[in-house]
Write a protein that binds this ligand. Structure first.
Ligand code: DAH
Length: 341
């Protein structure tokens, strides 16, 4: 048994010398000291020894166990240190290597145009509002005087979230008028930019998702003259002094009277060219005097208060502002395009 123990000790220590990783150490621990290990197997034979031999062998076996344990411990430490050393070497930072150039982005042309629009309106005392793109059909239509079955719902009666068509992706920013009337004190002067959704096919001037800026004023004695004066001022600030506009009659359920505002074509000065499709004018926005029923539904007395509102497409405004020919460029995020602004 003495030889057996000596052999185990010698073999185990030699194996430990060879160990390369902590997994090797675990295996050796099991092999020699584990329940079914070699040392344990020898200890199980102790019963066969005489009473004099037993304590001597017991002592010897304990010595072997202690020697193996301490060797395991020190080898494990050595391996850990070696691993750390290796890691430190691998992670050396060379502070003299030149850095990578960080490209700094800048504002998207559409947001440049939006910020200009916001600045103009803030300068005139308007508050900027933000509202939900997932909107109640009630606010997108009914409260804007387009009840179920109204023909104007047809083209924009589009992306719904439920069977009952109660919740939808808003088709216009006009529900923000209702939200403002419901939550703000009179008089009200707001603009509300945001995304809107329609079932349009993508082409050079259309996209199923685009941006609008809604605007609204409600006060005592507000007239169409205020609408024209304010919008003309905005257009001159946006496109330059002397920019000519014209107002054409139109129909929106939530305004009466309603109009569309065109700007004279910047390319041909009104003569007619491909940019304005030969018309000399380019349609810019829809507007009008808020329909008395819309005011009434919000609990505002149309005999005392009046208001005007408008909705402008942001992509098209930016296209005109920066002379961009195709709306798709605004969404494609091609760096070569974006870097030009
Ligand atoms: N919501 C209209 C549209 O999407 C635009 C519009 C027209 C907004 C007249 C208004 C308005 O506030 O008064 O075409």
């Amino acid at each position: 048994m003495k030889e057996q123990l000596a052999k185990i000790r010698a073999e185990a220590l030699a194996a430990l010398e060879e160990a390369k990783a902590s997994a090797d150490l675990d295996a050796l621990r099991v092999k020699y000291l584990g329940k079914k290990g070699e040392l344990t197997a020898v200890l199980k034979q102790m019963g066969k020894l005489s009473a004099e031999e037993r304590p001597i062998m017991g002592q010897l076996a304990n010595d072997v166990r202690a020697a193996l344990e301490s060797a395991l411990e020190s080898t494990s430490k050595k391996l850990e240190e070696a691993a750390l050393e290796l890691k430190l070497k691998a992670e050396v930072v060379d502070v003299t290597i030149p850095g990578k150039e960080v490209k700094i982005g800048h504002k998207h042309p559409m947001y440049i145009a939006l910020d200009e629009i916001k600045d103009i309106f803030i300068g005139m005392g308007f508050t900027v509002l933000d509202g939900p793109e997932v909107e109640l059909a009630e606010l997108n239509f009914d409260r804007l005087n387009a009840e179920e079955g109204h023909p104007s719902r047809d083209w924009s009666d589009t992306f719904y979230f439920d069977e009952d068509s109660r919740v939808m992706l808003r088709s216009q920013t006009s529900p923000m008028q209702v939200r403002a009337m419901d939550s703000m004190e009179l008089p009200i002067r707001i603009v509300a930019p945001g995304r809107v959704y329609r079932k349009d096919e993508v082409d050079a001037t259309h996209s199923p998702m685009f941006h609008q800026v809604e605007g609204m004023v409600i006060d005592k004695g507000v007239t169409m003259a205020d609408l024209k004066g304010t919008l003309n001022t905005v257009v001159e600030q946006l496109y330059g002094e002397g920019t000519k506009t014209r107002f054409r009659p139109h129909h929106f359920p939530f305004t009466e009277p309603s109009c569309e505002m065109d700007v004279q074509c910047h390319k041909c000065g009104g003569v007619g060219c491909p940019t304005c499709k030969g018309e000399g004018w380019i349609e810019l926005l829809g507007a009008g005097m808020i329909h008395p029923r819309v005011l009434e539904m919000a609990g505002i007395d149309p005999e005392v208060y009046s208001g005007w509102a408008f909705g402008i497409g942001l992509e098209r405004t930016a296209m005109r502002r920066f002379k961009i020919a195709d709306l798709r460029l605004i969404f494609e995020n091609d760096i070569r395009f974006l870097e030009q602004f």
